[in-house]
Design a protein. Structure first.
Length: 81
């Protein structure tokens, strides 16, 4: 992972720490939002909204529905959903 990608991953992890109220837990890139992190639908909306604001992107509702792990968000940000 190049430095730019590492910075993106760090920012995404920070968003999850804030929204999910995690305390320094190492969040794996392929951790399932629902099953591994026990994220509910409102938390997912908040995560998506924070990602949009932080990275200056907009998710279509269908795209947001497909975001189930950090890897999905990173793929979207790379332009390869």
């Amino acid at each position: 992972m190049v430095d730019g990608e590492a910075a993106v991953l760090d920012e995404l992890r920070e968003i999850l720490v804030i929204v999910m109220e995690l305390d320094g837990v190492q969040i794996e890139i392929d951790a399932s939002f629902h099953e591994d992190l026990e994220m509910d639908s409102l938390q997912k909306i908040e995560v998506i909204t924070r990602v949009e604001k932080s990275f200056g992107v907009t998710f279509e509702p269908e795209e947001a529905a497909e975001m189930n792990a950090l890897a999905d968000v990173i793929a979207f940000l790379r332009g390869t959903p």
